[in-house]
Design a binder for this molecule. Structure first.
Ligand SMILES: Cc1cc2nc3c(=O)[nH]c(=O)nc-3n(C[C@H](O)[C@H](O)[C@H](O)COP(=O)(O)O)c2cc1C
Length: 183
């Protein structure tokens, strides 16, 4: 059972700028999953993600005003190519990647069950950029695999093998090797 992070405490699960798999619902209810890298924390409870206008993710967020940010660990690195490739709207990338949906709590869109952490988000507004729009959302709540928490109950990014995309568009991913404790 995943540990719940109520309300904007779920922002703690996103501190590392990881590669994200954003899940959204297509109009017919098929669960869509897309890979995204460009996000930032904007306040204690708001974040922004740059999302390409042609993507299914963008269109689904426009229609339903909600999405889930799922953070995968290194053992699922091979699935990211599925989430980065185009896929017909009646086929779920989550299923195609061999992963599974998990019931959400405060919205309708399912999480990815195998994700280390998943954060439910509600659309607030967006800023036009060009090819991408910067979608701003409220963080509602989140869930984390209890095996990936440190002794303070926070996401342990080393243990979880959180992935960072360090080369693109031919992606190369890096994980953290350890902690450096400052004074
Ligand atoms: C590691 C990685 C990072 C990506 N980051 C972004 C991003 O920040 N913004 C974006 O629009 N697309 C990004 N993409 C491309 C999308 O994943 C791709 O367009 C995908 O087909 C979108 O899926 P969808 O149409 O189901 O929403 C990224 C792909 C990969 C593999």
């Amino acid at each position: 059972v995943k540990k719940e992070f109520a309300g904007s405490q779920a922002m703690q699960l996103l501190v590392t700028r990881p590669v994200m798999v954003i899940t959204t619902l297509h109009p017919d209810g098929t669960l869509n999953g897309g890979a995204f890298g460009s996000y930032c924390n904007l306040s204690g409870s708001e974040l922004g993600v740059a999302i390409g206008l042609p993507s299914h993710t963008y269109k689904n967020i426009q229609a339903r005003k909600e999405f889930v940010i799922n953070v995968l660990g290194a053992k699922h690195v091979d699935t990211l190519s599925v989430f980065g490739d185009a896929c017909p709207p009646n086929v779920s990338e989550v299923e195609r990647a061999g992963l599974h949906p998990l019931e959400p709590k405060r919205i309708q869109t399912p999480h990815v069950r195998e994700a280390v952490a998943s954060v439910e988000c509600r659309y607030l507004r967006e800023v036009e950029i060009g090819y991408h729009n910067f979608v701003i959302a409220d963080v509602l709540c989140g869930y984390c695999d209890p095996d990936c928490l440190d002794e303070d109950g926070r996401l342990d990014v080393v243990k979880a093998g959180i992935l960072h995309c360090v080369k693109y568009p031919q992606p190369v991913y890096a994980t953290f090797g350890g902690y450096a404790v400052g004074r």
